[in-house]
Design a protein around this ligand. Structure first.
Ligand code: CP
Length: 344
């Protein structure tokens, strides 16, 4: 199975997902009525700046709901969402489930390890059987790039991508962007550097698409084997040296080394990676502006891509990202499914 941009994801970049079909560029009257042109959220590649801004603005309203003593609204009463996770997750899975419950949707959680996929059932059959129980939406994480696009072609339900291999993780990028917008305001012209394992990162690709659409200047930094070939064609600037990247950044989004997706040795050891590219307080003090904002999508490997001192410092907005994630997922669910409650 392909797990990196070079062996599959990069091919996707060269041949975008179905020229609009991938993002589900299908005008559904019920979704169009509340503002999104797409039926699904498969990625940010073909979402417009207006749609991204609408999701962020809607998430701001839900952040206010999450501050209330009773953090629940009846918006999606009668809607059923299945969370179909074929890969491990802490933040995304709990955040989606919480968002669904806060919106009063009925939720069902699926875990591949305890399902009949262990007996050889295919993804198509698993999903079709679940849909036959009358559901409205599937939130899916899968190790295969394009798995959510595949599902959108098999089912009638709304599909939301919670991470497909090394391809996209759109709600992570949306929560990263919301967190930055709340800190920095307008992102036009802001220099955002993604540092680390860009090659195997779905977070990187979704951030590149989303940030560029809002006018930010996106840069990547990491060891050469972990930077996808031809990435400059996406309009991204490449830094091979972390100190230079820090000197030219307003934001650093630190990505984990995804050893579980590596099928070759890309650097000698994690200790050497930390020495060359680790984000440490000493590096920040010597090379970064005092205003530099640090993000990390999690899970963190302390002492590898980031030191504990930096992760827990005032520059880091890692836990704000997690809080904002619930509101972003509420916004996505509301905008894609809100019309269905009217239909009911
Ligand atoms: N950021 C993120 O996707 O974390 P999880 O793998 O815990 O969901």
């Amino acid at each position: 199975m392909s797990t990196s941009w070079n062996d599959a994801g990069w091919g996707m970049l060269c041949a975008p997902l179905g020229g609009g079909e991938g993002g589900g560029a299908i005008l559904e009257p019920e979704t169009a009525a509340v503002g999104l042109r797409h039926k699904h959220l498969l990625g940010l590649e073909d979402y417009g700046a207006d749609e991204i801004t609408l999701i962020l603005d809607t998430a701001e309203s839900f952040l206010e709901v999450l501050e209330r003593p009773i953090k629940k609204v009846p918006t999606l009463r009668g809607i059923t969402v299945v969370n179909l996770f074929f890969e491990n997750s802490t933040r995304t899975r709990i955040s989606f489930e919480m968002a669904e419950k806060r919106l009063s949707a009925d939720t069902v959680n699926f875990s591949a390890s305890s399902s009949s996929t262990q007996k050889g059932e295919t993804l198509r059959d698993t999903a079709a059987n679940i849909e036959a129980m009358k559901i409205d939406a599937v939130v899916m994480r899968h190790s295969a790039p394009g798995a959510c696009l595949f599902l959108s072609r098999c089912l009638e339900s709304v599909i939301i991508n919670a991470g497909d291999g090394a391809h996209e993780h759109p709600t992570q990028a949306l929560l990263d962007i919301l967190s930055l917008r709340r800190r920095l305001g307008d992102l036009r012209g802001k220099r955002v550097t993604l540092v680390g394992d860009i090659l195997h990162s779905r977070v990187a690709l979704s951030n590149i698409y989303g940030l560029q659409k809002l006018g930010a200047h996106v840069q990547v930094c990491g060891p050469a084997p972990l930077i996808p070939r031809h990435i400059e064609e996406l309009g991204v600037e490449v830094y091979w040296n972390i100190e230079e990247a820090l000197e030219n950044s307003d934001v650093l989004n630190v990505l984990r080394i995804q050893l579980e997706r590596h099928n070759a040795h890309h650097f000698p050891s994690l200790r050497e990676y930390h020495e060359e590219f680790g984000v440490t307080m000493d590096r920040l003090d010597r090379h970064a502006s005092d205003e530099l904002v640090i993000l990390h999508p999690g899970p963190i490997n302390r002492g590898v891509e980031i030191s504990s001192e930096v992760a827990d410092s005032g520059r880091s907005i890692i836990l704000e990202q997690v809080t904002n994630g619930v509101a972003v997922r509420m916004a996505v669910l509301y905008l894609l499914l809100g019309g269905k409650t009217r239909e009911h």
